[in-house]
Design a protein around this ligand. Structure first.
Ligand code: T46
Length: 133
């Protein structure tokens, strides 16, 4: 599956930790957008879509959540549970985020500005898209 773990370098000292993320350095694309998801209510499941072009890095910088990833052939569940650990999700991967802890803050660095036409929000359409039907 076109998904890769990411472990950020922590600049820790006696004061605590600091993580820095630069485009085309730690992040292998130009960062055109940053957004974050928080105050997620118990039992909520978000996402339910894939992207045709967008690449993203997801890091749960506070609290924890899970992400179901599906490339149309295989499914994988990952836990985001460290502020220095994330996942790169390439295009054409269906994602669902769930099991958010009440304190979860899910940070997303994105390779493109927001564009609704890049979303595939229907699962059957996603399967047809990745399988070329
Ligand atoms: C993704 C997962 C991880 C904007 O206006 N600008 C934005 O940049 C984004 C991301 C969203 N929105 C608006 C569109 C909706 O009215 O915010 C609302 C919630 O967005 P959505 O329902 O798409 O949120 P999620 O959590 O289902 O999905 C989001 C991203 O949209 C998506 O690209 O990969 O987080």
């Amino acid at each position: 599956m076109n998904v890769e773990w990411f472990y950020a370098q922590q600049h820790g000292d006696a004061r605590g930790q600091l993580v820095s993320l630069e485009e085309n350095k730690e992040i292998p694309f130009n960062i055109k957008r940053v957004y974050y998801i928080y105050d997620t209510l118990e039992g909520v499941r978000r996402g339910f879509h894939a992207h045709k072009e967008l690449k993203q890095l997801l890091i749960c910088i506070h609290g924890t959540c899970k992400v179901l990833l599906d490339d149309g052939y295989d499914k994988e569940i990952v836990s985001l549970d460290e502020p220095n650990k994330g996942i790169f999700i390439q295009s054409n991967i269906w994602r669902e985020m769930y099991d958010f802890s009440p304190d979860a803050v899910l940070l997303v660095l994105a390779s493109e500005i927001y564009d609704e036409s890049d979303y595939i929000r229907d699962y059957e359409q996603f399967i047809r898209y990745v399988k070329g039907n």
